[in-house]
Design a protein around this ligand. Sequence first.
Ligand code: ADP
Ligand code: MG
Length: 280
Amino acid sequence: MSAGQRGVAELRGVTLTIDGRTLLSEVDIAVRPGELVALIGPNGAGKSTALSVLAGDVTPDSGTVTIDDRPVARIRVQELGRLRSVLLQQKVVSFSYPVRDVVAMGRMPWASTAGDAGDDEAIVAEALARTDTTHLADRDVTTLSGGELARVSLARVLAQRCSIVLLDEPTDALDIGHQEQVLALAAGLAADGAAVLAVLHDLNLAAAYADRIVLLADGAVVADGSPRDVLTGERLSAVYGHPVETIDHPVTGALLVLPVRASGPGSPSKGGHSQRVRVP
Ligand code: ADP
Ligand code: MG
């Protein structure tokens, strides 16, 4: 592997069974430098489990989990913390710390390392700025709103400065403006050469920002490809158990994903769909 390839995280044929339930079945997922991969799928599909396995935090029953072709199980925790950062789905904090100190915890894997560490204070300040949380720096982290805490948690991940970034529902609890900001940030990390995997529920965010989409259902990969290849009305309707349509934005041509809804107060005409949208 060439030096430019640093930061490939890969699951191959991963199966995980807990208490007789198969949570992951022969799962292949790879994320490479320069790409933002969206991991999507219904509740309980196994997205968080797959992310934990990829992070090296959960060991599967079979299959391989590697970072740059090295089995993650053989990488020490401290080094793992310099290779990959993880934003967990449950963004909980149980102790009163100033936000700045929580973000600075992202620097811990770099403590007493020579060279790469950089200026911790400047890195923390930059992470706060990029997540729009500079004004919260002196606040007690336990007093934050859900959306503020989600952004501070992301700032800690950014401060870790890893070439592999794993984000579990990073836009959970965020308003529409901050959702766009966070996805633009994730896409920017990928553009700068990071390998970024983000679990997303909003299929329009996935369509707009992901280079590639992996669709998981019942612990198995159903589709893996470009947004247009993966996000078809037929496939999404089957996987999510609700009719879903895709249309092209009338002006920009961007792919849009919409649930099919019965007519209601918000629809232009009563009596159902007056005009069917095209399902490719
Ligand atoms: P997702 O993130 O896609 O919503 P998860 O990966 O969190 O799904 O969970 C997948 C399935 O595995 C769910 O049905 C969940 O209840 C189950 N599960 C997750 N962790 C465990 C565990 N430690 N023991 C038993 N079942 C679990
Ligand atoms: Mg989850």
